[in-house]
Design a binder for this molecule. Structure first.
Ligand code: IPE
Ligand code: IPE
Ligand code: MG
Length: 237
């Protein structure tokens, strides 16, 4: 196997609801299984020395789901950030969040603060959790921030470039190399549009709770065999 590893992996964890429905269980069961799976996958990903992982936990649009499901997910996030993901502290993983704070309740905000604080000095790897996140909102917020700097004479228009744009996103992260979306859907659903500019995409059919270490290895193998050209000419050997 070619062992070219991605530096930054994006994971759109989709299909929890369908996983549960297939088993005749409530959607919440799928979310619970998805959360357990995430914990397992994180361990594996960082063990493999992948440095950046961005996960799509909840989109701004997900607030339009029935309130019982939204409440269930919010409580699950509290449990994850205060307990289940605590091991990241000792693994050297720094946890950061991307998304809007409004609409998130006090318990979720406090849980986010807890995990940010306990992992803030970690330097081995990064877990970026996209929660109440929308990439178009992120871009709008970046434009506002840059305009503000221009108006305040802190930045001149001629100095606006790709680096400046990246610096004014929620976080200045390296580009995504590989984006995985489970459940067979082939769309981004407003996930990290700027950061995915040259990403490779992988769409396994299985639902997120079924996307295990073996499935991840398969994704990494497919990635390693892709030919990333970045506009250059394909080399014929
Ligand atoms: C992904 O699974 C989790 C979230 C969006 C929070 P879904 O809940 O979207 O599951 P499906 O797509 O309905 O099966
Ligand atoms: C995208 O999944 C958001 C997350 C995985 C958190 P959705 O299930 O909300 O996306 P759509 O509605 O199928 O595009
Ligand atoms: Mg879905």
């Amino acid at each position: 196997m070619n062992n070219k590893l991605p530096n930054h992996v994006g994971l759109i964890m989709d299909g929890n609801g369908r996983y549960a429905q297939k088993l005749g269980k409530p959607r919440s069961y799928g979310h619970q299984k998805g959360a357990q799976n995430l914990k397992k996958l994180c361990k594996y990903i960082y063990k493999k020395k992948i440095k950046y992982l961005s996960i799509y936990a909840f989109s701004t649009e997900n607030f339009n789901r029935p309130p019982e499901e939204v409440d269930y997910l919010m409580n699950l996030f509290v449990k994850m950030f205060t307990k289940e993901l605590n091991f990241l502290k000792n693994e050297g993983v720094k946890v950061i969040f991307s998304g809007k704070k409004d609409n998130l309740n006090k318990d979720v905000l406090n849980a986010m603060k807890t995990i940010i604080k306990s992992t803030q000095n970690n330097q081995k790897a990064v877990l970026n959790i996209c929660l109440n996140y929308g990439s178009q909102d992120e871009i709008v917020d970046m434009v506002k921030q840059i305009c503000n700097k221009v108006v305040c004479n802190e930045l001149s228009i001629k100095d606006i470039n790709k680096e400046e744009v990246s610096k004014n996103l929620y976080h200045n992260l390296p580009p995504l190399d590989l984006v995985i979306r489970t459940s067979g859907e082939q769309r981004l659903s407003n996930f990290m549009l700027w950061q995915s500019a040259y990403a490779e995409f992988y769409f396994p059919e299985c639902n997120f709770p079924e996307f295990d270490e073996q499935q991840l290895d398969k994704a990494l193998e497919v990635y390693a065999n892709r030919d990333r050209r970045f506009g250059l000419i394909k080399e014929v050997i």
